[in-house]
Design a protein around this ligand. Structure first.
Ligand code: ADP
Ligand code: ADP
Length: 225
């Protein structure tokens, strides 16, 4: 199995908010949508899957990897695009991507050049590679975030509310980019926008107040709303 198996994951914050209640999901390879309103628990689940946060209870498997007990192994095969992807504004896209590639352990310069060129082309940023990130639009920044998240060919790509600040043209372009990636790996897209899920995802779940309300194929679910 190459998908993600989540069982009975719960999380209560120190302030008493129960952000996740017994969340269980089976997420196959492809594009998976996690749909829910603000405060539903999406970011908490995304950060938990990305091994950035510990749940109070539950288990998570990526294929045969026990995610919560083998965080380093998961991080090697994980790409995570957080809600607010901060970039250093004075660096160019190529410089910063090269820098992240070094951090990922790609020490060979020629390999790094080939890798970053491929990613900048894939995310449609090759022509902008010499521009400073401070001048990038929201959509360009998000696509740059995807390029960073894809360094190291992750089997699991986690994208938290990526279309929030995008105009309609950028949004479509960004979603198309994600759907190309969904062919070989698990891509989880968290969003409060029904259309994001309806247009692209093969499977989805709806979360509210930390609880999974529904798991479905998007077309059935949207028809039921
Ligand atoms: P979202 O848009 O996903 O709901 P928020 O704006 O709620 O995100 O949260 C932004 C950041 O603040 C996150 O890192 C989150 O963990 C943190 N945060 C959110 N709510 C609280 C809270 N009640 N107490 C402390 N930190 C919080
Ligand atoms: P979503 O991403 O769906 O907006 P979150 O996972 O950010 O939801 O938040 C779920 C609930 O947990 C919200 O009530 C939020 O305020 C709360 N929360 C999130 N992060 C924190 C935190 N670090 N400390 C305390 N409460 C938090």
């Amino acid at each position: 199995p190459s998908g993600l198996r989540i069982r009975n994951v719960s999380k209560k914050y120190a302030n008493g908010v129960q952000a996740l209640r017994n969340v269980s999901l089976d997420i196959p390879p492809g594009m998976y949508g996690l749909l829910g309103p603000n405060g539903a628990g999406k970011s908490t689940l995304m950060r938990t899957l990305a091994t950035l946060q510990e749940p109070d209870a539950g288990s998570i498997y990526l294929g045969h990897i026990d995610v919560l007990n083998h965080k380093e192994a998961v991080r090697q095969t994980l790409g995570y695009l957080p809600q607010e992807f901060g970039v250093y504004p004075k660096a160019s896209a190529q410089e910063l991507l090269d820098y992240f590639a070094i951090l990922k352990g790609v020490t060979d310069r020629a390999v790094r050049q080939a890798t970053t060129e491929a990613l900048l082309r894939q995310t449609n940023l090759w022509d902008k590679r010499k521009q400073k990130l401070g001048g990038f639009s929201g959509g360009m920044r998000q696509r740059f975030g995807v390029a960073v998240a894809l360094l190291g060919n992750p089997r699991l790509l986690i994208v938290d509310e990526p279309t929030a600040g995008l105009d309609p043209v950028e949004r479509v372009r960004f979603l198309n980019l994600l759907s190309e990636l969904g062919e070989n790996s698990v891509v989880i897209l968290s969003t409060h926008i029904v259309a994001d899920v309806a247009e692209l995802c093969t499977h989805m779940a709806i979360i509210n107040q930390g609880q999974i309300l529904l798991e479905a194929q998007p077309l059935e679910a949207v028809a039921a709303l």
